[in-house]
Write a protein that binds this ligand. Structure first.
Ligand SMILES: Cc1cc2nc3c(=O)[nH]c(=O)nc-3n(C[C@H](O)[C@H](O)[C@H](O)COP(=O)(O)OP(=O)(O)OC[C@H]3O[C@@H](n4cnc5c(N)ncnc54)[C@H](O)[C@@H]3O)c2cc1C
Length: 400
């Protein structure tokens, strides 16, 4: 078994590390680098995005002929981790959620005309995108509860309903929307595209949250007669759940890749501090109980990396890797929590201050156990797979 990265991926990974170290991390300490919602300020983002583009570190997950870097999922696993050693990293390289997941699903299932109109501007960084599925008291962990409807008309579809927690909605232009088109249990949902400038929908509110926000926030949306032409339907009528599964597999995994970067950064900060800070006649790192905390967090991160890389490898083989993605999602979300909590604890009061990114990461991390499937739901899915697959649940690549 060979865990060596291909030479071209390793070269990109090292260039990303240098870019993050030299250009992005130094910006984190300056309050002027932040917007009102604790994310990178637009002017600084535009400047860094231009530099990333010039250095060929742009949209690395996308195909080369569309202006991307052509990375495999395994290549992305190595590179996204490097990007998110800075809290600002992924968005600088156009690899942040939800654009990242939206680009990947549109590349997979869009028609050529849809890709030209809806995908290419996201890759180019000309527009932001959003994915609208979750509803207040409706679709959440269970998509069967979806109540937002798409009613067929002569011209296309009319949408009525409500969505919430839609990341980026305040500034996004291109939306993917999941709506109910029939009561069929498996084929009752359909996916559509719409543009922010179309009438018939509105933002009810930008939901205040505990953590720092993505650009465009997390919004509640009302649909009051939005008209969508049939050419802006994605896949076939009734394929909404299928599209969601195609999107969420890789999108969950890229969350893991990024979270591992944040977790590693926490440990970098913790180790640096623990190696210098004196207490009771020794540096913190010399105390055995501190070593236990650090060793555990480091081990959790490595377990998460192996699960993530294994799932990425399976996705690269054309497998949906459902079990592997679920396992990685649960374990990495917990690893991120442990790393942020360990770092904060070892930093003492400094960790509770905004003087290091640990406080930012700690608040951000809480969403990891909820978004893209709560940990309990992933465990439920895994239990179901174990009952169906028996010993094959633990198969190697060839299914044995
Ligand atoms: C920061 C953030 C960004 C988000 N961005 C988007 C977005 O861009 N687009 C979008 O569509 N949605 C988005 N979401 C919504 C997210 O995907 C949902 O929150 C998630 O799917 C859970 O749904 P819910 O909140 O309705 O929780 P519920 O379905 O109400 O579940 C609540 C809790 O119940 C428990 N639970 C549920 N089912 C089971 C079960 N079978 N077994 C045991 N326990 C269970 C879990 O603990 C779960 O956390 C975002 C959420 C957050 C917090």
């Amino acid at each position: 078994m060979d865990f060596t990265l291909p030479a071209d991926v390793e070269a990109i990974r090292l260039r990303l590390r240098r870019f993050v170290d030299e250009r992005i991390i130094p910006c984190e300490a300056d309050p002027a680098s932040y917007d009102a919602h604790e994310n990178i300020a637009p002017a600084l983002l535009a400047r860094l995005r231009e530099q990333a583009r010039q250095e060929g570190l742009w949209a690395l997950q996308m195909k080369r002929h569309r202006g991307g870097g052509g990375l495999s999922m395994a290549g992305m696993a190595a590179c996204y981790e490097e990007m998110n050693r800075s809290i600002f990293g992924p968005v600088v390289f156009n690899s942040a959620a939800p654009d990242d997941g939206n680009m990947m699903v549109l590349e997979k299932i869009g028609t050529e005309a849809q890709k030209a109109q809806w995908l290419q501007p996201i890759i180019d960084g000309a527009v932001q995108s959003a994915f609208a599925m979750t509803e207040p008291d409706g679709c959440g962990s269970d998509p069967a509860l979806t109540y937002t409807t798409a009613r067929r008309t002569n011209a296309g579809w009319v949408i009525q309903g409500r969505k919430w927690f839609i990341t980026g909605a305040e500034t996004a232009k291109h939306f993917i929307l999941i709506a109910r088109t029939s009561e069929d249990a498996r084929r009752g949902l359909t996916a559509f595209l719409f543009h922010a400038d179309q009438p018939g929908w509105r933002i009810v509110r930008r939901i205040p949250i505990m953590g720092p926000e993505e650009h465009g926030g997390h919004c509640e949306l009302a649909f009051e007669g939005l008209e969508i032409p049939d050419e802006n339907r994605l896949m076939e009528v009734g394929d909404g759940l299928k599209l969601t599964q195609i999107r969420l597999g890789p999108a969950r995994l890229t969350h893991c890749m990024r979270w591992l970067g944040l977790a590693k950064r926490c440990m970098e900060i913790a180790l640096d501090h623990a190696g210098r800070r004196q207490a009771f006649g020794a540096t913190l790192i010399e105390h055995e109980s501190v070593q236990t905390l650090i060793g555990q967090a480091g081990m959790d991160i490595q377990i998460g990396r192996l699960l993530t890389m294994n799932a990425a490898w399976k996705l690269d083989q054309g497998d949906f890797a459902r079990n592997e993605v679920s396992m990685a999602k649960v374990v990495v979300a917990d690893a991120l929590h442990r790393a942020a909590d360990t770092a904060l604890q070892l930093l003492g009061a400094r960790g509770y201050a905004k003087d290091t990114p640990v406080e930012w990461i700690y608040r951000y991390a809480r969403q990891a156990r909820l978004v893209d499937g709560a940990s309990e739901v992933h465990r439920m899915v895994l239990a179901g797979a174990m009952r169906r697959q028996g010993l094959d649940f633990w198969s190697w690549g060839d299914g044995h």
